[in-house]
Each structure stands twice: as structure tokens, then as C-alpha cells.
Write a protein that binds this ligand. Sequence first.
Ligand SMILES: NC(=O)c1ccc[n+]([C@@H]2O[C@H](COP(=O)([O-])OP(=O)(O)OC[C@H]3O[C@@H](n4cnc5c(N)ncnc54)[C@H](OP(=O)(O)O)[C@@H]3O)[C@@H](O)[C@H]2O)c1
Length: 258
Amino acid sequence: MSADLRGYTVLVTGGSSGLGFEMSKALLQSGATVIIAARAGERLERARAALAAAGDVHAVAMDVRDETSVAAAKEWFERNFRRLDMLVNDAGIGFNAPGMEGLAPEHDFWDIPAGAVRAVLETNLLGFFLVSGSFVPLMLRNGGGSLVYVSTSDATMTRPGQLPYGPSKAGAEAMAAILAQELKPRGVRVNVICPGGFTDTNMAPPGLTERMRAAGLPVLPPTVLNEVILYLASNPAADLGGEKLVGKDFAQWRSEHE
Ligand SMILES: NC(=O)c1ccc[n+]([C@@H]2O[C@H](COP(=O)([O-])OP(=O)(O)OC[C@H]3O[C@@H](n4cnc5c(N)ncnc54)[C@H](OP(=O)(O)O)[C@@H]3O)[C@@H](O)[C@H]2O)c1
């Protein structure tokens, strides 16, 4: 879809890679100012440089698990930007969490190191809380905005083998549902989005994408959420809140809702 997002400012956590990187590119190409956030390091700077040709992009180091880092990113944001229209909470980890790499595919749940569980919950759930808590008040200053959480398919939340990732996303969706109700009267729309299946990004353990393709299993492209995020940033979605939009099925959803 085409959207005119000139004058619209978006912060994308996890913008250094995968779905967040591609959504940032689509938003930039539609004229938005985009701030990508991820942990400090070369990957963030490489992503900013790669996106520079697409539009007005900026990068800020922010570890979503760490309130001091989030507070510093917020201060930087306030020094450099007048308003925030959309916050995309995309930063996330799963089977790439530290300590998960040694696990056999058929492991028992008690084999999962506590540190890996902690890292996944802190990134996917606590991170959503910390970043939203810091940046939503900035949206309220300009009368509201759009808060987005990048989740997973419903089936992934409770499928065997999906500890601790599934519950982290289930918890975050419960939080999104609460925020959708609490923030609606104050002009902030809260929606959840997800790809709708396994997506080719850096989150996949090495070799898995190739094995899935070889087995004829579906692999979604990392651009699968681009149309969804452009839609949420544009006028047709001005009243949409408390929804879960699935990238793979979005064209169908749109044809049924417009
Ligand atoms: N790939 C899939 O099949 C799939 C399916 C459903 C949902 N999702 C969700 O999509 C979102 C994006 O994942 P992806 O698939 O695009 O994976 P990805 O390519 O690994 O990207 C993850 C992003 O999160 C950032 N990140 C991780 N930990 C962070 C932290 N503590 N603070 C700040 N940023 C952090 C990473 O940046 P740095 O490492 O540079 O900090 C990176 O930019 C996740 O929430 C994931 O759960 C993915």
C-alpha cells in the first residue's frame, strides 16, 4: 500500500535486523522519520547506514531489558525530536537466547537454563513494559499515538517445545490487551501484529531456514509485516485498537474490514 507519512515519527525497537529492519525501511520509504533502536554495537550502526538511502533514519542504542538504558534513550529522543507518533515494540529473542544453543531439539523443559528463561522474559515482556512506560507519555503530550507489539501466532504460545518463548509472547499480549483498554480514552491505540508463521530472520537457529525450505515447509519473508505497519500508521487505521493483525493473512483481513 502507499501511505504519505511525511511528518510522522516512529520508534522501532529491534530495528537493526529482520522484521524490524524491514518495517523501518517501508516506513522510511513512505516519508516517515524512523528511529531504530537495538543494543549498542556494530549491527545497529550497519542497519542505520543501510537504511540511510530509504529516508530520514536515526539510531539509538537501547537495551530494552535495562531501565537505565531505556531512560537514556528517552532523554536522547527528547533532545532530538519534537513528537512521537508510533512506537513499534519489535525487539525480541527466542531460541537464539544465550544458553539455548546447546539444547537438543527434543530436550525436556527442565533442561532449559534459568538464565535463558530470564533473558527471554526480560526482553519480550519486561522490555515491552519498560519501553512503553517511557515512551507512551511522550505520545500523550501530542494527544495520542499508536503503540504496536510484535508477537507470535496464537498456536506458538502453547505448542510443546515453545518454552520460554511462547509464554513470553502470551504475557506480552495480555499486557497489550490491558494497555489497549487503559490507553484508548487517552488517544493511544494499542495493537498486536505477528507474521503468521516461521519467518526468515536472524532469530532462527543456524541452518533451520534452509532445512525448512528443503523439507518444503513455508518460510515467510522478513517483509511480511510491511503492509500491516504502513496500514497502522495511516488514516484508515485511525480508530483501530485492541486488534491482532497477522501479516500472512493481512490482505484477506483488509478485504473483509473495508
Ligand atoms: N522470525 C520469526 O519467525 C518470528 C515469528 C513471530 C514473531 N517474531 C517476532 O518478531 C520480532 C523480531 O524478530 P526477528 O524475527 O526480526 O528477529 P531478529 O532478526 O533476530 O531481530 C531481533 C531484533 O531485536 C533486537 N533485540 C534483541 N534483544 C534486544 C534488547 N535486549 N534490546 C534491544 N533490542 C534487542 C535485535 O537487535 P540487537 O541484537 O542488535 O540488539 C534485533 O534488532 C521478535 O519480537 C520476534 O519474537 C519473529
